[in-house]
Design a protein around this ligand. Structure first.
Ligand code: SF4
Length: 181
């Protein structure tokens, strides 16, 4: 199963992917406070973001209920450190790859997994939450690692991946939490 997951991640084109033990996934409820500070402007405006996704303690408990995860990253080049358009484009590309991986996981018959990607669902703009409608594409929608309280920079330390990958790059992460049953 682990080799299959790694192979799927490679086929989608992520820069790196590794299997990580659940006990090495670092969670911290402070990430809910950071979401609530609303620096991204999406807090309360997306069905896949806090507070709609649930209480942070329950979400962390859910994360901890999975014994393993496929942690993956996309490292993208930027023109310079002020290349905000490049950062947004890189984020969209990463989100598209995450959704492609999600489709493949379902096609391959994987069940009992929780897939989290970069912040903000990003499938629709604006999210249907803005008008109080139900999610338009529940099969495509993904929540974020941080929304579930995962401290990515601390978690990545137990892997060979780096959280920051040098000047003029931007890095996005995702994780497929799974159990082999
Ligand atoms: S798929 Fe669209 S409607 Fe559903 S959570 Fe994502 S952005 Fe919102």
């Amino acid at each position: 199963m682990e080799n299959k997951l790694l192979s799927l991640a490679r086929s989608v084109g992520f820069t790196n992917a590794e299997i990580i033990d659940g006990e090495n996934i670092v969670c911290d409820r402070i990430f809910r406070e950071q979401c609530a500070a609303n620096a991204c402007g999406v807090y309360g405006k997306c069905w896949m973001c806090p507070p709609e996704i649930g209480e942070i303690d329950e979400l962390i408990e859910t994360v901890r209920s999975y014994p393993k995860g496929l942690l993956y990253q996309t490292v993208s080049e930027l023109e310079d450190s002020f290349d905000f358009e490049g950062m947004i484009e890189a984020g969209k590309n990463h989100g598209n790859k995450s959704r492609e991986l999600n489709r493949l996981l379902k096609e391959e018959g994987f069940e009992n997994f929780l897939h989290l990607s970069k912040g903000g669902c990003g499938v629709c703009s604006p999210c249907a939450k803005a008008t109080g409608e139900p999610c338009r594409f529940p099969e495509e929608a993904l929540s974020s690692l941080e929304g579930y309280g995962i401290n990515v920079s601390a978690t990545v330390k137990s892997t060979s991946m780096k959280y920051i990958n040098g000047a003029n790059t931007v890095t996005y992460f995702g994780i497929v939490l799974f159990r082999e049953d």
